[in-house]
Design a binder for this molecule. Structure first.
Ligand code: A3P
Length: 303
C-alpha cells in the first residue's frame, strides 16, 4: 500500500492509503478486520465521522438520548466511563463488546471513522441508520494538527503548523482526504435520506436544541412534549456540553488501551473559528479555493 510518514510529527505518525483513504499504521489492521468481519444488525445505529469533527460530542449526545430513562446526573455511565468506551468504534474489533452493546442498549450505537465506501457491506444491506457529523474544514485542520502533535508528544515549537496544513491540503490526514470523506456520506445521504442523517458540528454549536431533536427523531427516540417541558433536552445538552464533559475526572485522565491518545486530547478547546489563530491570509485563500474546486455543484459548504 502507498505509505506516508508525517515529517512534522518527527516520524511518529505513518499513514497507509487503503481504498483511497489515508489510515494510520496503528489502525489499518483493525480497519480491514472490522470491514471484512463485522456483521451489522438492522437495529445498529452508526455514528460516523472523519476524526476531529465532533465524534466525541455526537457519541455522548446519542448515548445520553438512548439511555435517557437511566440518564440523570448521578447515574449515567458517562460520569465514570470514557465516552469512546460507552460507544466503541467499529474499528476496535472486540466482538464481545458489540454483543455487550446490543445487550445493554435498547438501540446499539457504534462509532466509525470508515469512509462510506469502506463500510462493511452489511451496514448498507441491513439498512442501518447512519448519522454523520462533519465540521468546517479549517477548524478540523487545526484540531487534527493538535491531536497528532499531542499524540506524538511534541510541543508546538517542534511541530510546524505550516507543514501539517500542507499535508492536509494534499489529502494526507487521518481518514483523509477530508473532502472525499464528507462527499461520500453527503452523496449517500441524498440517495438514501431515510437511512443517513448529516449533522454539522458548527450547526450543533449554534443551535443545539433543534439539532439534538433532529438526532433523537432520526434514531427513533423522539422527545415527548412532556419530556421537553421537563427540560430533558436541555439537561442532555448541558451534560454533554464541552464545559461539563471536559471537566469530568474520567475525561481528564487515562487513555484507551493501546492508544497513544489520552482521553483529555479529545477535549481541547471546542471553539468555532480557532483556525483564525493559525491561518495566514494565504492559507485561508488556498484552502477556500481548494474546497470550492472539490465541491463545485454539490451544495456542500465546509468553509
Ligand atoms: P478542538 O480541537 O477544535 O477543540 P473528535 O471527537 O471528532 O475527535 O473531535 C474533537 C473536537 O471536538 C475537538 O475540537 C474537541 O475539543 C471537540 N469537542 C469534544 N467534546 C466536545 C463537546 N462536548 N462539545 C463541543 N465540542 C467538543
Amino acid at each position: 500500500l502507498p505509505q506516508h510518514t508525517c515529517g512534522w510529527t518527527k516520524g511518529n505518525i505513518t499513514f497507509y492509503k487503503y481504498q483511497e483513504f489515508w489510515i494510520s499504521k496503528s489502525h489499518l489492521e483493525a480497519n480491514i478486520l472490522a470491514q471484512q468481519s463485522f456483521k451489522a444488525e438492522p437495529s445498529d445505529v452508526f455514528l460516523c465521522s472523519a476524526p476531529k469533527t465532533g465524534t466525541t460530542w455526537l457519541k455522548s449526545l446519542a448515548f445520553a438520548i438512548v439511555t435517557r430513562e437511566r440518564f440523570d446526573k448521578s447515574t449515567t455511565p458517562l460520569l465514570t466511563k470514557f465516552v469512546h468506551e460507552c460507544v466503541p468504534h467499529l474499528e476496535r474489533p472486540l466482538v464481545v463488546e458489540y454483543e455487550d452493546i446490543r445487550k445493554n442498549l435498547s438501540l446499539p450505537l457504534i462509532g466509525t471513522h470508515l469512509p462510506y465506501s469502506s463500510l462493511p457491506e452489511s451496514v448498507i444491506s441491513s439498512n442501518c441508520k447512519i448519522v454523520y457529523i462533519y465540521r468546517n474544514i479549517k477548524d478540523v485542520i487545526v484540531s487534527h494538527y493538535h491531536f497528532l502533535r499531542e499524540g506524538s508528544k511534541l510541543p508546538m515549537e517542534d511541530a510546524p503548523f505550516e507543514e501539517a496544513f500542507e499535508e492536509f491540503c494534499h489529502g494526507v490526514s487521518a481518514y483523509g482526504p477530508y473532502w472525499d470523506h464528507v462527499l461520500g456520506y453527503w452523496k449517500a445521504s441524498l440517495e438514501r435520506p431515510e437511512h443517513i442523517l448529516l449533522l454539522k458540528y458548527d450547526d450543533l454549536k449554534s443551535d443545539p436544541k433543534s439539532n439534538v431533536k433532529r438526532l433523537a427523531n432520526f434514531i427513533g427516540c423522539p422527545f415527548s412534549f412532556n419530556e421537553e417541558k421537563a427540560g430533558v433536552v436541555d439537561n442532555i445538552i448541558r451534560f454533554c456540553g464541552f464545559e461539563n464533559m471536559s471537566n469530568l475526572e474520567v475525561n481528564k485522565t487515562g487513555k484507551l488501551k493501546g492508544s497513544i491518545f489520552e482521553n483529555r486530547f479529545f477535549y481541547r478547546k471546542a471553539k468555532d473559528g480557532d483556525w483564525k489563530n493559525y491561518f495566514t491570509n494565504e492559507m485561508k485563500t488556498n484552502i477556500d479555493k481548494l474546497t470550492d474546486e472539490k465541491f463545485t455543484g454539490t451544495g456542500l459548504i465546509l468553509k
